[in-house]
Design a protein around this ligand. Structure first.
Ligand code: PLP
Length: 445
């Protein structure tokens, strides 16, 4: 294949002319060229190297250029590039078995999609089919995808483009204890507060009308919000009390990111449905999915599953998924992530102690966030929620990228989620860059 675009400038200008870029004012974009990538690094068109400290979109868990996954994709493309989802094929059956076996033991079957948003779309439909109810609860500080239903599920401003929205989608507050309306004396007290609010809200909404509660097991883009002790089990109990399905969105937290196959394993909680995507193939091919409990799986033995996608369980995605899971196992990436997570935690705590601009740091495994404030004591965020007219966060991100630390920010939080293959040395080197940039941010507040 001979491409006509040769120089970085040609690639950028052609992209600006013909590509519509996500989540941006098209006139303001200035995309970088990614020329090549390997391990935890990528290089731009000028040959400059970057630490990928967000694993792209928190999906490239095994890093770039993994030869095993590339080979699996090549082999599958040669053997059978496509078969409609109605056919049973080896890689499709095998990946489904592997995913179910790695999931919590109440899970029974999986419906494959292409990514996270369509996994959540199908989970909404399944929850309605199972319960015959129409209301769906989700949280304000959440991102569940950009398609219409998933965007209605989403709580943060990226849902606004779909407003006034689909009737029956109800939002509740996250257990964001750092920004709670008052100090809790213990984590458990915070848990009790948020759970009692949720329970009351369900009753006001009509206890028999709620089909499902969707929640990111650990809030990702919206601030790495770690559930306080007992919170997820408390949500499970509320769901059981009212016959509501508990749906955990593990699109970011699944597949090793927290040091476990799924984030819920950290809390010993068994949801009815788990949605996943990203790390199952680490971006080498698009695959997502809806894992359902054995009970839900059995329901569809005699009831019609009204879900379908041309590319559901795409053979190339399935082959990539199998190889990716083998990489996690062969390279011991879950255990390694737990260990690297301890180091990341120490480095983040040091940063919090040193810098006046850092209000809070939150982390689990290699899933971390740095919350920036104007004042540690008042916790006033460095930018107001949903507002950053002076583009303060964009400036800070630019400073990081300039020094070779690639990541993304959301509201006043910087995401730190490198590929799970990162070494301790690399992690320390990259966090030194973060430290240098935060010295400058301290001067800005
Ligand atoms: N759910 C969560 C928690 C996510 O973080 C994302 C994407 O970032 C999605 C769903 C949507 O996934 P996708 O972009 O693959 O549609």
């Amino acid at each position: 294949m001979e491409l006509e675009l040769k120089t970085s400038n040609e690639i950028i200008e052609t992209s600006k002319k013909y590509n519509l870029h996500s989540w941006s004012n098209q006139g303001a974009i200035n995309p970088k060229v990614m020329a090549k990538a390997d391990g935890i690094y990528f290089w731009d068109g000028d040959g400059k190297r970057y630490y990928d400290m967000s694993s792209q979109l928190v999906n490239l868990n095994i890093g770039y250029n993994n030869k095993k996954v590339i080979k699996a994709i090549q082999n599958q493309a040669e053997k059978l590039a496509f078969a409609s989802p109605a056919y049973a094929i080896d890689v499709r059956s095998q990946l489904a078995k592997m995913v179910v076996e790695l999931a919590p033991d109440n899970m029974g079957k999986v419906f494959f999609t292409l990514g996270g948003a369509d996994a959540n779309e199908n989970a909404i439909k399944i929850a309605k089919m199972i319960t015959g109810r129409h209301k769906i609860f989700s949280r304000y500080r959440s991102y569940h995808g950009a398609t219409y239903g998933a965007a209605n599920l989403t709580g943060e401003p990226r849902r606004y483009a779909c407003e006034p929205g689909i009737p029956g989608f109800v939002k509740f507050f996250d257990p964001y204890t750092y920004r709670a309306p008052f100090e809790f004396h213990s984590e458990e007290e915070g848990t009790q507060y948020y759970l009692s609010q949720l329970r009351e809200q369900i009753i006001y909404e009509g206890r028999d009308s709620v089909a499902a509660i969707f929640l990111e097991t650990i809030t990702g883009s919206n601030g790495i919000i770690i559930p306080p002790k007992g919170y997820l089990q408390g949500v499970r109990d509320i769901c059981d009390e009212f016959g509501i399905l508990m749906v955990c969105d593990e699109v970011m937290t699944g597949w090793g990111r927290t040091g476990e196959w799924f984030g819920v394993n950290n809390y010993n909680v068994k949801p009815d449905i788990i949605t996943f995507a990203k790390g199952v193939t680490c971006g080498y091919a698009p695959i997502g999915g809806v894992l359902v409990s054995k009970e839900i799986g059995a329901f569809f033995d005699n009831n019609f599953l009204s879900c379908g996608l041309t590319y559901s369980a795409h053979p190339i995605g399935c082959a990539a998924g199998i190889a990716t899971i083998e990489v996690y196992k062969e390279e011991g990436l879950l255990e390694k992530t737990k260990e690297s997570g301890i180091l990341l935690g120490q480095l983040l705590e040091d940063i919090k102690e040193k810098h006046p601009c850092v209000g809070d740091v939150r982390y689990i495994g290699l899933f971390g966030g740095i919350e920036l404030v104007k004042d540690k004591a008042t916790k006033e965020p460095i930018v107001e929620y949903g507002k950053d007219p002076e583009k303060v966060m964009k400036t800070i991100l630019g400073m990081l990228i300039e020094k070779g630390f690639s990541t993304y920010t959301h509201e006043n939080v910087i995401i730190v989620a490198p590929p799970l293959i990162i070494t301790d040395e690399e992690l320390k080197e990259a966090m030194t860059i973060m430290d240098e940039v935060l010295v400058e941010v301290d001067k800005m507040i």
